[in-house]
Design a protein around this ligand. Structure first.
Ligand SMILES: CC(=O)SCCNC(=O)CCNC(=O)[C@H](O)C(C)(C)COP(=O)(O)OP(=O)(O)OC[C@H]1O[C@@H](n2cnc3c(N)ncnc32)[C@H](O)[C@@H]1OP(=O)(O)O
Ligand SMILES: N[C@@H](CCO)C(=O)O
Length: 483
């Protein structure tokens, strides 16, 4: 667990006292909502940020459960000093209606029959998910949001929120999403659904207490994963490498993702949630601009350069429709080869863009944690070799406990060669300027400008190196953000 984590967290459960009415008119007599919160609610309840999860996400967006091997699914941007800064904001994330991670869904018990709903669970829409989140917030005494954010199916919920409850939120962030599911998106979801339905154990959705249709669910997830990656990221991640058992790495990866998914997801939920995604069309088959005419919040819309499942044109449609209503909207593109899942992975760009939109940005948001270092007593040759190997221009020198004691730059090495100096001691700087992760980015940038330095080591309160902030990173971020 890192210092910038919300630490150990628990999922809470809220049980509605009243039946919940769906857009279709159907009613659910009993509904439970699983949710997590991070940070503290301020006295006037004006610091709430609602996070909406994607297809297979859940309420566990950040921090650690006792049994976790990995933190919550959006831990890269939620925590102290991160974009959704839990020192400032009260962050809430709940599992969607129809899900299988604590909120009522097809695997829940139907109070009328005492048996799992299965296919007797009513059809749910994105609007139903949003209405349930709205009910949860009302019941928690929250009547406005500082911001709302979500990627993919989470982005659909954000858009639906802005349309259904226009005065409720100040800022809305939509990532890698769409206002209208495309035929291609529906097509992939249908193949995944068919994989589940054609599994002999699916049994018309009545498999609870018996054999799960694991093969079908695993296949559905494998198809999903192909669409979440990109050609480039597959080359990078797997190439044509073979694993010991004569499988290509990419095959073994898909098998692993498919298999592990079956232990954490309910096949019927997959059918219901993909159905909700497919039926999402905020234009109502007519005009998106018209549907957006009541929206009051400011927007940030983010697409991913390599996302072919939710391509940038879909984000641009949202931006245009918002713009045509004079709604304040910023459009940004993550330059990433990760494909659709970049909205879960591009830590630096995400923290930069989200923090900027929310109104703050720290050194920790954009620093690189991957720093090449050398220990005290190293030689000039070792420093030069490491610079070439790692394409690094600044090498911090550390003592045995990780504290920074000096820094050597490529310019120092050039000087040493020109002046025939062979001792590193004679060229390295001992008087080092540093920053810390919580420092405001603009103040760190000013220090760099004032002292004409292109990289600033970042240290924790003990003086131990935790990252490096370089002017290249800052300009790349700003450049990327502006695209
Ligand atoms: C917003 C939401 O809704 S959150 C839901 C998102 N979370 C998920 O969907 C969980 C499933 N995972 C994913 O979608 C993606 O993996 C991400 C985006 C979350 C994470 O991406 P990355 O950090 O790049 O991880 P990656 O995709 O490499 O997966 C890592 C897993 O694959 C395994 N793996 C990697 N390469 C191989 C391989 N060649 N062969 C077999 N297994 C492999 C790893 O061992 C690891 O296993 P583990 O998860 O059981 O520990
Ligand atoms: N990997 C994410 C992306 C779906 O859009 C998920 O499984 O929810």
């Amino acid at each position: 667990m890192t210092e910038r984590s919300v630490g150990y967290v628990e999922t809470k459960h809220h049980h509605l006292k009243e039946p919940f009415r769906l857009v279709s008119g159907d009613e659910l007599a009993e509904v439970s909502i699983a949710y997590e919160t991070y940070g503290k609610l301020n006295s006037d309840k004006s610091n709430v940020i609602l996070i909406c999860h994607a297809l297979t996400g859940d309420a566990h967006a950040a921090g650690w459960h006792e049994e976790d091997k990995k933190p919550g699914w959006w831990d890269v941007v939620i925590g102290p000093g991160k974009a959704f800064d839990t020192n400032k904001y009260f962050v809430i994330c709940s599992n969607v209606l129809g899900g299988c991670k604590g909120t009522t869904g097809p695997a829940s018990t139907n109070p009328q029959s005492g048996l799992p709903y299965g296919l007797s669970f009513p059809r749910v829409t994105i609007e139903d998910m949003v209405n349930l989140q709205h009910t949860l917030l009302n019941n928690l005494g929250i009547s406005s949001l500082y911001a709302i954010a979500g990627g993919s199916m989470g982005g659909m919920q954000v858009l639906q929120w802005a349309v259904s409850y226009p005065g409720f939120m100040k800022r809305a962030i939509v990532l890698a999403s769409t206002a209208i599911s495309s035929p291609q998106q529906i097509a992939f979801n249908e193949v995944a659904r068919q994989a589940i339905i054609r599994d002999p154990y699916w049994n018309d959705g009545d498999y609870y207490g018996g054999q799960l249709p694991k093969q079908g669910l695993s296949l559905a997830r494998m198809i999903g994963h192909i669409t979440y990656l990109s050609d480039d990221s597959m080359h990078d991640k797997f190439g044509r490498d073979i694993r010991e058992n004569e499988m290509f790495q990419v095959e073994s990866y898909l098998h692993h993702q498919g298999d592990t998914f079956t232990s954490r997801f309910d096949p019927n939920s997959y059918l219901y949630l993909t159905g909700a995604v497919d039926n999402f069309d905020l234009s109502n088959g007519f005009s998106l601009a018209k549907s957006f005419s009541n929206i009051e919040s400011e927007f940030m819309v983010i697409s991913v350069s390599s996302d072919w499942l939710y391509p940038s044109y879909q984000s641009e449609e949202i931006v245009q429709a918002l713009g045509s209503n004079d709604i304040n909207v910023q459009y940004r593109k993550l330059i990433s080869h990760f494909g659709h899942d970049a909205f879960l992975l591009e830590k630096g760009q995400l923290n930069y863009l989200l923090s900027t939109f929310l109104g703050h940005l720290t050194v920790g948001d954009v620093m690189s944690e991957d720093v090449s270092t050398l220990r005290e007593g190293c030689t000039l040759e070792e420093a030069a070799q490491l610079m070439i190997l790692k394409n690094a221009t600044h090498i911090p020198i550390l003592d045995a406990s990780g504290r920074i004691t000096g820094i050597v730059t490529s310019w120092d090495i050039t000087g040493a060669v020109a002046n025939k100096i062979s001792s590193i001691e004679k060229i390295l700087s001992r008087d080092i300027l540093t920053s810390h992760p919580d420092e405001n980015l603009s103040s760190a940038a000013l220090i760099m400008e004032d002292h004409a330095i292109s990289a600033l080591p970042v240290v924790d309160e003990r003086g131990c190196l935790v990252g490096i902030l370089s002017s290249d990173t800052i300009s790349a971020m700003v450049g990327r953000g502006a695209k």
